[in-house]
Design a protein around this ligand. Structure first.
Ligand SMILES: Cc1ncc(COP(=O)(O)O)c(C=O)c1O
Length: 467
């Protein structure tokens, strides 16, 4: 983060070397001149970290906040391995390639279809690479046909901020099909009018950031088939499976969201979400080798051998990829299904309890066929309460719970929702304690009427809905 330098009147830099650690103030804007005792500094840095929220009570994040001891051991062992040094760490490279194959199988890539892919630092990088491949493929085709290539557009439902970044960074017009009060996912009917000859592709999401719902990918693909028959436009689909890509294969295996649809040419997902690895890992795969344009791939020889590189970052930690392989082997299909099913059950319990409380109207209730283990609700129009959901979120924070309230994207900006993501490590016992805190909070607002409601910015907001 870029922060402004505050005037600390010279306090910081000198006091680090005083004797009692309580008297110390850590330098904040300049590197100290002298060395310090490592253990003392460790204590001070750790103390500052206690000010952070408790990761287990962070029900806002989609990312893992639980790891077992074996993962710690593997991460520690791989601390100094660079994923990009494939010649130096050939076994790590082999394990990455096994993960790509396992995912190709999980996502039903055509047999013998030589699907290709890579690990990434997360879904954002996977989406960026998927988007670039769509852009390059479209441009190449148009150039061959002698057609202009200066106005590419991308058609999506309500997407995470990474797609807004993609569009802005690469000068692609983002055509985000608007929501309305009652419909929060892209339907094929609404999508079609946004598509034209300059459309580089369609992005459909498995686990919408705003509600947790899946978009109807099979229907979207069928509508695009029909469009091709009628108008000759051949539009491919990238599935942003950030969360659902690691959930649906285990909990909704018959849902046809993946490479079973021939129009789906690429899929990305975050390992550090429901893939159950520590933070810093995702994957992106293409259906066939030829769907990843050769122009995106660089070949380097200075690490030894001929290495193809198409990730955005060069150096990357390897431990997360190794952890992904460990989780695949350790859990198998059975274990992933068990872990995620238990998240659905906890989320469904919360949905029932929150629904019974009175003022809340559930919008999504963790149905495995329709979305990830997530529940979303809004205030009923006739709730007749003095608080809004920003006040409610703020009050829950008093007990450490981080449950974001936020407004939906256009054209449903007037709808404010609150959302809970249930992940491994958050079980029924914690959920029961959370329900108690919901009741406590409702009682508090009965006794303390709110006269000035909080705004989204005052309540802390939600980082995924960038404008
Ligand atoms: C649908 C979707 N796509 C992409 C992302 C970005 O993922 P990452 O945080 O792994 O970069 C997220 C993050 O929550 C998401 O929900």
């Amino acid at each position: 983060m870029i922060h402004e330098e505050r005037n600390i009147e010279g306090k910081g830099n000198s006091m680090i070397h005083s004797s009692e650690s309580q008297d110390l103030i850590l330098p904040k804007y300049k590197i100290p001149e002298l060395e310090s005792d490592g253990d003392e500094i460790l204590d001070l840095v750790k103390e500052e970290l206690f000010l952070d929220g408790n990761a287990r009570q962070n029900l806002a994040t989609f990312c893992q906040t639980y790891e077992d001891d074996n993962i710690h051991e593997l991460m520690d062992m791989c601390m100094n391995k660079n994923m990009i040094d494939k010649d130096e760490y050939p076994q790590t490279a082999e394990i990455e390639s096994r993960c790509v194959h396992i995912l190709g199988d999980l996502w039903n890539a055509p047999e013998g279809g030589n699907c290709v892919g890579t690990s990434t630092v997360g879904s954002s990088e996977g989406c960026m690479l998927g988007g670039l491949a769509m852009l390059f493929r479209w441009r190449e085709k148009r150039e061959k046909e002698g057609l202009p290539t200066d106005k590419p557009n991308l058609v999506t439902g309500p997407v995470q901020i990474c797609w807004k970044k993609f569009a802005r960074y690469w000068n692609v017009e983002l055509r985000e099909v608007p929501m309305d009060r009652e419909r929060q996912a892209m339907t094929p009917k609404q999508m079609l009018p946004y598509i034209d000859e300059n459309t580089i592709g369609v992005v459909a999401t498995m686990g919408l950031t705003f509600t947790g719902m899946y978009e109807p990918i099979e229907e979207i693909c069928q509508a695009l088939d029909k469009l091709q028959e009628e108008k000759g436009l051949d539009i491919s689909v990238h599935v942003d499976g950030a969360s659902g890509g690691f959930v649906a294969p285990f909990c909704a295996p018959d849902l046809k969201w993946d490479f079973r649809n021939p129009r789906v040419l690429s899929i990305s997902a975050s390992s550090h979400k429901f893939g159950l690895t520590p933070l810093g890992c995702g994957f992106v795969l293409w259906r066939h080798k030829q769907d990843l344009p050769e122009d995106l791939v660089f070949h380097v020889n200075y690490l030894g051998g001929d290495m193809s590189v198409f990730q955005l970052n060069f150096s990357r930690p390897a431990g997360q990829v190794i952890s992904q392989y460990y989780q695949f082997l350790r859990l198998g299909r059975e274990g992933y299904k068990r872990v995620h099913t238990s998240c659905y059950e906890t989320a469904q319990y919360l949905a029932i309890e929150i629904g019974k409380m009175g003022p809340f109207e559930l919008m999504f209730e963790a149905d495995p066929e329709r979305g990830i283990p997530c529940i979303t609700w809004r205030l009923k129009e006739d709730a007749n309460v003095s608080f809004n959901l920003y006040d409610f979120a703020d009050r829950l924070r008093n007990r450490g719970w981080q449950i974001p309230a936020y407004s939906l994207p256009p054209d449903a900006e007037d709808v404010v929702v609150q959302r809970i993501l249930v992940r491994q490590g958050f079980g029924l016992d914690m959920a029961e304690l959370l329900v108690d805190d919901f009741h406590r909070t409702l009682d508090y607002f009965k006794d303390h009427k709110v006269t000035v409601n909080l705004t989204e910015a005052e309540a802390g907001g939600f980082a995924h809905n960038g404008r």
